[in-house]
Structure formats: C-alpha cells, structure tokens
Write a protein that binds this ligand. Structure first.
Ligand code: MN
Length: 288
C-alpha cells in the first residue's frame, strides 16, 4: 500500500535575475542556502521570455565548473555551447544536455546564432547535480539527449504525459546515465488531470510547477513554486487545476559534506582552493 509523501515546504515568490544577458532566471534553490536538497545543488528556471532579434547571441561567456554535473533542459528556443575540450553543439526545444564537469570544464553558454537572429521565446532549466566524492575528479563527459530519445509515458487516462529524462517511470527508462540514483521527469498535465505518482522511498523529492496550477495532496501550488516532499513515503497525488507543466526531481541523498564557491562544488575548503588555482593556471583548459 503506497503511503503519501507529505509536503515539507513550499518555496514561492522567487525573484528573477539575469545570468549574463541571455538568461532571465528564478533561482529556485542553491547550495549556498545549505545542502538541503542533496543530491541537487541548484536549479535555475528561465522564462518563458521573449527575445527580439539581435546582432549577436546573448548568453554567458567563458567560465569553469568542477565537482558536479550541469543539466540543461530546453523547452523553447535554442542554445549553443562551446567548451575547452573542443566540443560544441546546440540544444533545441525538447533536448537536454547532461554535462559532467567532474574534474573541470571551461565553457560558454549562448543563444544559438539562429535564435539570436530570428528572436523568439526562451524557456529552459539548468539543474546542478552533485557527484559523490569518488567521482568529483573523474574525466568530464557530455550526454546530448535529443527529444526523440526521451520516452514519453501517458498517465491519468491520457490526460498527462511524463517525459523520462533520467531514471525510470513505470518501466520506461530515461536516456541519461547518472552516477547516483536520480529521476528527472518533465510532466505536462491537461486541466483536471488527476494522477497518483509513485516516487522512491528515501529519495529527496522536489516538484517544480513551471506553469499552470496543481493540487499536490490537496494543497494548492501555483507557478512558479517549488515543493519539497518528505523523503519518507512512496507517492504523491497531483491534480491539475489548469493546464500545467511540472518538473519532478528525486534523488538518493549522497550524504557527504558540500563546500562550494561559485562554479566549484567540492567536499572541503582545500579542494575549493585547489579548484580556483587549477582554473587560474589553465589546468581546466581554455576556449580557443
Ligand atoms: Mn556553465
């Protein structure tokens, strides 16, 4: 018999700020507020925001990462990335880039040339996923998860769909390879859709309402709000009061110390000092 995961807290009224000149985001949470949502370190939600055509792509210039993964989910618009390993690529609507920074990556994140030229609406998420200490200094890697590779599962008699980006939903496996057990589900619900969603016992469990409005276990949640569920329990009831887009994240807590500074998240102060030094000395590489 499934037991409900109770709501621990709802985070609302999240202010928007700009990351570079390309990303108007709400930071729904960050490791700087404590490692509350282990193994998830940070979540920025951008948009939907309308950009007029521009001469040059907007975005964020060269910067490093070490010690974790950045997961970029594009809902609308198109991004381009370029990094110190010489890899580059675009991320379009429905696509996900799962970048394991691990020992260190230097990259830039911009709107694509085409999106900049034509203008349009941008909507995206960037999620940071922590790595266990044993994997923080492993080799960087990229997973380009194209929309067509991401399985979609119908629930609530077809009134809702779940795109399985990572983990497993009702036997459908997401394409992302992860270091620790994680689920990332992109849900869309039609008005009045009513779903009992099973979630793993013991996982950190977060529900982000990006648009529309839902009831979670009979509590009203609006866009843009973040719900933290209790780790105990195995399900949540989700009812759409308006057409809604919802991101569900669950993850097994890593349970290790988190010491972070800006784009580096490690386990100790000394490792942060080394990361800063390694970046300054060019040991994470550079962009051409
Ligand atoms: Mn970055």
């Amino acid at each position: 018999m499934p037991t409900k995961k109770a709501i621990r807290q709802i985070i609302a009224d999240i202010p928007q700020h700009w990351v570079g000149d390309g990303f108007p985001v709400r930071s729904l949470f960050s490791y700087s507020g404590g490692n509350r949502f282990d193994p998830f370190l940070l979540l920025d939600y951008a948009g939907p925001h309308r950009f007029e055509p521009a001469e040059a792509p907007r975005g964020v210039g060269e910067h490093p990462h070490r010690g974790f993964e950045t997961v970029t989910i594009v809902y609308q618009g198109e991004l381009e990335h370029r990094d110190s390993s010489g890899s580059r690529g675009s991320i379009g609507s429905g696509d996900v880039q799962w970048m394991t920074a691990a020992s260190g990556v230097v990259h830039e994140e911009f709107h694509s040339e085409r999106f900049a030229r034509d203008g349009g609406t941008l909507e995206m998420v960037q999620l940071w996923v922590n790595l266990p200490a044993r994997d923080k200094m492993s080799a960087p890697r990229y997973q380009s998860l194209l929309s067509a590779e991401i399985p979609s599962v119908a629930v609530a008699d077809g009134a809702a769909t779940v795109r399985v980006i990572a983990g497993d939903f009702q036997g459908a496996a997401g394409p992302a390879q992860t270091f620790t057990p994680i689920n990332v589900w992109d849900m869309q619900l039609a008005e009045a859709a009513d779903a009992e969603v099973e979630l793993p016992e013991g996982h950190t469990a977060l529900v982000i309402v990006q648009s529309g409005a839902v009831r979670l276990n009979d509590q009203a949640v609006q866009a843009v709000e973040l719900v933290e569920l209790e780790r105990a329990g195995t399900s949540v009831r989700m009812t759409a009061e308006a057409p809604a887009r919802v991101l569900v994240l669950t993850g097994e807590p890593i349970g290790e110390p988190v010491v972070g500074q800006g784009p580096f998240v490690m386990n100790t102060r000394e490792e942060i000092s080394r990361a800063i030094d390694d970046f300054r000395q060019g040991r994470m590489g550079r962009l051409d």
